[in-house]
Design a protein around this ligand. Sequence first.
Ligand code: ADP
Length: 398
Amino acid sequence: MKILVINAGSSSLKYQLIDMETEQVMAKGLCERIGIDGHLKHTPLVGGKPVFNEDLPLPTHSEAIAAVIDKLTSAEYGVVASMSEIDAVGHRVVHGGEKFASSVKIDDAVMAALEECTPFAPLHNPANITGINACKAVMGDVPMVAVFDTAFHQTMPGKAYMYALPYEYYQNDGIRRYGFHGTSHRYVSSRCAELMGKPIEELKLISCHMGNGSSICAIDHGKCVDTSMGFTPLVGLPMGTRCGDLDAGVIQFLMNKYGYSIDEMLNILNKKSGVLGVSGVSSDFRDLDAAAEKGNDRARLALDMFHYWVAKVAGSYVAAMNGVDAIIYTAGVGENSAETRAAISSYFGYLGVEIDSEANSKRGEDIMISTPDSKVKVFVIPTNEELVIARDTRDIVA
Ligand code: ADP
């Protein structure tokens, strides 16, 4: 069985074609600047075919999907003979609200429910829906599955997902913590249980997804019980450009003082804050590491804040679960920055965490970076959201 995994953004579309017999990625790629001009980078990973990396007109997502299918099946760049070899499509969907606690086969009722969830993710869900419709237009009856970023977090208890606002805003409007990065937290936590050789139902895990966007998740006996992102992905940790937790009074103060509209204010909180805002240097942790090393105090402060927040939120989840067996680092920063992992782990002395600095210096593999004697184990597990989407799609269409 071969499954095409699609992650559609408003002007971009990422894809992977995965052979489920071996779980090997046969080809992957990225359409960019959809609706502006258009560019496709297509990388075949089997059969020794060349990479295609060129501008081409992509006025809508339909042309993008058509270009992807064309490359996947072409003599020069292709990895399959025809579209009929693609058995199913798995779509990443950002927000499933309270309607979806797991992945689902897409039909008309699901499409209607996705539309209903759109007010919760006004930038992301429309792009995901456009991607699904474009796929339908180009691929006809090929079965399709939606895999939600929010679904894994639907097991949170009310005490974790409720905001202390008048209850009717939850009841009437769905205002609550939803959480994001669920597919990633789900993948790394189940992989961690495998690496520990124990059923996930016997473990208390904390997963730290640290990329451009970052979130932490408490996974108690295989179920998410709390996570740091909320109604939107803006809150929790300070991130690349997002502010993380913030007193709402600050918003009122700044809007009054500078006459910002709410859109201008949210643009500042989403795009100009986080480690970029504090450092004034960059949202990229590599740039921050370099600047801090050269003595830039604000870059140092931004990094210190990030480490502190991860440790603080993780510590609150130790309290929430009354213990923890393992802590997992994943995503761009978590997988690549040994300095970040060491700095965060240095807060976990009270848990009996000891880091093996040689293991911590390795990259690109699932690895335990704590010493054999460490009371709480620490792992680096490269995330693989596409594989989870492909596996769910296989299981649902089978
Ligand atoms: P996204 O949230 O966009 O999926 P990623 O998970 O790809 O992001 O993470 C991107 C982040 O990973 C960037 O901030 C980048 O600086 C960081 N990163 C990548 N490699 C390193 C590295 N070697 N050291 C520190 N940070 C890194």
